[in-house]
Design a protein around this ligand. Structure first.
Ligand SMILES: [Fe+2]
Length: 95
């Protein structure tokens, strides 16, 4: 959660620095009826974030912004770690 806030803050500042306007609308959150469904949705969201940041890092590299590419790769590392943590929780389910 802290990682995601830092990611969002960095990206918002970068978008402004590039002359854009960051969105204030988060991606929709999938509804869950049980704790298990909620953790499964977390795993899906972490995986999606990993893929999205991987793609953005590639685009930043192609754009020639190495600093941004490295920062995005750090985000990939964070989100991959979150995925692994969530997978461990699901493997031990029920807790
Ligand atoms: Fe995450």
């Amino acid at each position: 959660m802290v990682d995601e806030q830092l990611h969002a803050q960095f990206l918002a500042n970068k978008i402004v620095a590039l002359g854009g306007e960051p969105t204030t609308e988060p991606r929709p959150v999938q509804a869950a009826e049980t704790n298990l469904e909620m953790v499964e949705a977390v795993l899906e969201a972490e995986g999606r974030a990993t893929l999205d940041y991987t793609e953005r890092a590639k685009q930043a590299e192609e754009f020639g912004d190495k600093g941004l590419a490295v920062q995005l790769e750090d985000m990939v590392r964070d989100e991959s770690g979150h995925s692994e943590e969530t997978e461990r929780i699901l493997r031990d389910w029920p807790l």
